[in-house]
Design a binder for this molecule. Structure first.
Ligand SMILES: Cc1cc2nc3c(=O)[nH]c(=O)nc-3n(C[C@H](O)[C@H](O)[C@H](O)COP(=O)(O)OP(=O)(O)OC[C@H]3O[C@@H](n4cnc5c(N)ncnc54)[C@H](O)[C@@H]3O)c2cc1C
Length: 328
């Protein structure tokens, strides 16, 4: 019998998890990826991304990815207004770092290898267009992350995030991270190392001014004792709302579905979780929506909290949006 077809647009973590799960359900899965290779936008990577990982996340998505995640809780600096602060890590929210990009040690490459083993077919250098969407199979998952193109095709309302980052290869392989909060951003900055990559990012909801970047650079030099010759500008597009479906026709996944932890913007855990939920939704809309609501229902409430006077995004406020996996 001919296999049912599925299309996944975007080979980031959410698209790859969706593709693997759909292939395991017996579908013939094709992935369109606009870049010429795995690992997302090459300008941003290789990079080190920090995220808490709930202990049952990998069981839920059906893919064991512990090899990609390193616990940095023993080598973690928390700097608020130029002062080192002790912040207890809430139970179940142990922070991990993972490598992103196209190197063999990255999360992307690991998921890609698993997807290939499951028989997923990849089309690299293929930017999805309106015509592709019009001809897409009934099972289509859109997982285009922080890229602008899908917002040009769809009518999804979006917000733009901006920032600056620096990256360097270093000899030290120890997983480490620092988080910086202060007047230089309404969000925060972080630095992280894993697999010999040092990565630092100043993240902001608005354009970063020269003064704010200079203040952040000074903090990085002071606490991490590292300097960069070159800081690169970054812009990312995120949806203004959380939605699992677009036009009742396409399933959304990862960033595009708004599955980003609301306090500190951890998107990796969200992308992995969301990939599984999208695969469920692509085959059973009602069940997928129930799963989406179970994990993501608290996100709009948590985003609203951000607008309250005096709000400050410390880990205890991260909340239990999707780190607690109820055991079934
Ligand atoms: C610089 C930077 C630092 C970050 N740091 C952290 C961090 O420390 N911790 C954390 O948890 N999160 C972090 N994030 C966020 C995290 O990277 C995202 O939440 C996560 O990658 C979302 O996964 P995704 O699968 O939804 O999308 P992505 O990983 O963005 O993947 C989307 C894929 O779709 C492809 N694509 C886009 N448009 C098209 C198209 N039209 N056709 C075909 N393919 C397309 C892209 O090339 C890409 O490969 C960071 C993001 C950036 C940019």
């Amino acid at each position: 019998m001919k296999k049912k077809e599925a299309l996944v647009v975007g080979a980031g973590p959410s698209g790859l998890v969706a593709a693997i799960n759909l292939a395991r359900e017996g579908l013939k899965v094709r992935v369109f990826e606009k870049e010429n290779q795995i690992g997302g936008y090459p300008h941003w990577h290789p990079s080190a991304h920090d995220t808490p990982v709930g202990k049952d996340l990998f069981k839920y998505i059906g893919i064991d990815l512990w090899e990609c995640f390193k616990d940095f809780s023993k080598d973690f600096l928390f700097v608020i207004n130029d002062e080192m602060v002790e912040v207890p890590i809430p139970e179940g929210q142990t922070p991990f770092v993972c490598e992103r990009g196209g190197r063999p040690t990255s999360l992307d490459s690991t998921l890609f290898r698993i997807a290939e083993k499951e028989g997923v077919d990849f089309v690299f250098g293929k930017k999805c267009t309106q015509a592709d969407l019009d001809q897409a199979p009934e099972v289509t998952v859109l997982a285009t992350g922080l890229s602008p193109e899908m917002y040009e095709i769809t009518a999804l309302p979006f917000a733009v995030y901006a920032g600056y980052f620096g990256q360097k290869e270093i000899a030290d392989q120890t997983p480490k991270a620092s988080m910086f909060f202060g007047g230089f951003s309404k969000e925060y900055g972080y630095s992280s190392t894993t697999n010999g990559i040092y990565y630092v990012l100043l993240f902001s909801r608005k354009e970063v001014s020269e003064e704010n970047l200079a203040e952040f650079k000074k903090l990085v030099e002071k606490y991490d004792k590292i300097e960069f010759d070159r800081w690169k500008r970054f812009m990312g597009y995120t949806p203004r709302t959380c939605n699992l479906f677009y036009k009742d026709r396409y399933v959304l996944s990862g960033t595009l579905a708004g599955v980003v932890e609301p306090a500190l913007g951890f998107g990796i855990t969200g992308a992995l979780l969301s990939g599984k939920i999208s695969a469920i939704a692509a085959l059973d809309r009602k069940k997928g929506q129930a799963e989406y609501d179970r994990f993501v229902g608290g996100v709009p409430r948590a985003i609203a909290k951000k607008k309250e006077p005096g709000y400050f995004p410390t880990p205890p406020l991260v909340g239990d949006v999707w780190f607690d996996f109820p055991t079934e």
